[in-house]
Design a protein around this ligand. Structure first.
Ligand code: PHE
Ligand code: FE
Length: 288
């Protein structure tokens, strides 16, 4: 992920492109154990919930073997499959750095792992979120193309002053996306698949809306960073997602400059409604 508000260059220990060595030999046994605990908890949950491309990617990269994966090892197979690789960064990096890595098929991943008391929630993405959550999908050729295109799109959106709108597309696909299948909706977004509680909530809870994906609508929809989502967008296929983003966004950005944001829980007459959520969960949390 990326973040705004960086005024200085990379930290002293990082290269000009903000990458650092993963330092794999330095992880402690306790840190490897946190990975294994999280890994086992998630993989017990994911069959029948996670999208096929995610589960296939998890297999292909053999992310389990020795606890925290060694990027040098997984990059061999990842590179062979889609030309992507994972690079280590100290934490969040500036948007333009993030986009440049994506455009060049490098996924910046946090090097550190969460503490034992942060298994369920942490503020900055760690290696479990970044690698377990994001990297399996990068083994899928269509998704791999989408992420690289997103990197170039991010550079352009920045110039157009449209980053806030484009970031919503990332959020509602790469982080919190659902995929329609003949067996029902499946999760593929990294923010969901790396979260025990949201892996259940996103599919089973009656509170959130689940709506058919509509590119421009998504870019008008704010999101929450502090709790479960109030709306999920369901893509019909990864190819449909890629196809929708291949068009030039110039005209869309022109329209978005005039358009209002759509309140997070609103359902429009034009929406394809898969679940009309009760919003009970969000209401209960707001009342706390
Ligand atoms: N096609 C978009 C543009 O013209 C770029 C983009 C591609 C954005 C993929 C997001 C995802 O700006
Ligand atoms: Fe993420």
């Amino acid at each position: 992920m990326s973040a705004d508000g960086f005024t200085n260059g990379p930290p002293a220990e990082a290269r000009p492109d903000w990458t650092i060595d993963q330092g794999w030999p330095d992880y402690t046994a306790a840190e490897h154990q946190i990975w294994i605990t999280l890994y086992e908890r998630q993989t017990a949950l994911l069959p029948g919930r996670a999208a096929e491309p995610f589960l296939r990617g998890l297999e292909a990269l053999d992310l389990h073997r020795s606890g925290i994966p060694d990027f040098a090892r997984i990059n061999v197979e990842l590179n062979r499959l889609t030309g992507w690789s994972v690079v280590a960064v100290p934490g969040l990096v500036p948007d333009e750095v993030f986009f440049d890595h994506l455009a060049n098929r490098r996924f910046p991943a946090g090097q550190f792992i969460r503490k034992p008391d942060e298994l369920d929630y942490l503020q900055e993405p760690d290696i479990f979120h970044d690698v377990f959550g994001h990297v399996p999908m990068l083994t899928d050729p269509v998704f791999a193309d989408y992420m690289a295109a997103y990197g170039r799109g991010g550079q352009r959106a920045t110039q157009r002053g449209q980053l806030a709108n484009l970031a919503r597309l990332y959020w509602y696909t790469v982080e919190f996306g659902l995929l329609q299948t003949p067996q029902g909706a499946r999760i593929y977004g990294a923010g969901i698949v790396s979260s025990h509680a949201e892996s259940i909530f996103a599919l089973d809870n009656p509170s959130p809306n689940r709506l058919g994906f509509d590119l421009e609508r998504v870019m008008r929809t704010p999101y929450r960073i502090d709790d479960f989502q109030q709306v999920y967008f369901v893509i019909p296929s990864l190819q449909a997602l890629l196809d929708a983003t291949l068009q030039d966004f110039g005209a869309i950005y022109d329209r978005l400059e005039q358009a209002r944001d759509i309140p997070i829980a609103e359902i429009l007459p034009t929406d394809e409604v898969l679940t009309r959520g009760t919003q009970d969960y969000a209401a209960a949390r707001a009342a706390q």
